[in-house]
Design a protein around this ligand. Structure first.
Ligand code: DGL
Length: 264
């Protein structure tokens, strides 16, 4: 039986998961959440599956010290390598960011040509491609690893010329691929969405894995009558395993609330 009361637990390697928090603020404003930015282990994008699984277990063990009714792995890389095993290991409903994004991309594509932008480790897992091709065998998937984009986001260089140069370079293979849907398969990338959009033809639709995961969670909470009816009585919680300064700055400018994180 799912717990009726409790916060939504969320974790990522840094500020990326805040894009999930932002979508939660918009879609589920009455839910309280408890966020862990595991920046001590940043980046996740070049870690092995076994290291990632260990890190995720530690993060979830930390978060479940608070009463939680559900948890989102707000990271594509961790979702790609550890979601299935974490679901079995913990007695709490756990949600990933990949399957809802694939569902959305398959609904939106007309040409069946889909691009996935993600970390090296997510691309190496091949999970996006596998899930797309299982459901749409004649789809064409262009997978692009964008290893430096997480760093520019973490450095708060969202509008810096360097970010634009990197994005242009990473998106170059799409000139030939002629896709109509691009999945932002890393929760850091929605913070660069404006620049990414500028580099793509106008008709191309962008799928944001953070938003998709929150809509999926909303559906689950509705189905199980678990939605909070009124605003939480206490503040949301933010924990950071590394340095808190830049995290608070980016968090406060992105969200509709002041972020005062606590060092884990
Ligand atoms: N934001 C994460 C993702 O969605 C992890 C990025 C990283 O730490 O490399 O993949």
């Amino acid at each position: 039986m799912p717990k009726k009361k409790g916060a939504i637990g969320i974790f990522d390697s840094g500020v990326g998961g805040l894009t999930v928090v932002k979508a939660l603020e918009e879609q589920l404003p009455n839910e309280k959440f408890c966020y862990l930015a595991d920046s001590l282990n940043l980046p996740y994008g070049n870690k092995s599956a076994s290291d990632l699984e260990e890190i995720c277990i530690e993060n979830i063990n930390f978060l479940i010290q608070n009463p939680l009714k559900a948890l989102i792995i707000a990271c594509n890389t961790a979702s790609a390598h550890a979601y299935e095993s974490l679901k079995k290991r913990f007695n709490i409903p756990i949600f990933d960011v990949i399957t809802p994004s694939v569902d959305e991309a398959l609904k939106r594509t007309q040409t069946k040509k889909i691009a996935v932008l993600a970390t090296e480790s997510t691309i190496a897992s091949n999970l996006y491609e596998k899930l797309i091709l299982t459901r749409m065998p004649d789809a064409e998937v262009t997978s692009i690893a964008c290893p430096l984009l997480v760093s520019v986001v973490e450095e708060n260089m969202l509008t810096h010329q360097l970010s634009q140069m990197l994005i242009r370079q990473y998106l170059a293979p799409l000139e030939e691929a002629d896709v109509d849907v691009v999945i932002l398969g890393c929760t850091h990338y929605p913070l660069l969405e404006k620049t990414i959009k500028e580099e793509l033809p106008e008709h191309v639709e962008i799928i944001d894995s953070s938003k998709c995961s929150v809509l999926n969670l909303k559906e689950y909470l509705e189905k199980n009558a678990l939605l909070e009816k009124s605003k939480p009585g206490s503040d949301n919680l933010f924990f950071v395993s590394g340095s808190t300064d830049l995290f608070n700055k980016i968090g406060s400018s992105l969200l509709n609330q002041k972020v005062n994180s606590v060092k884990r």
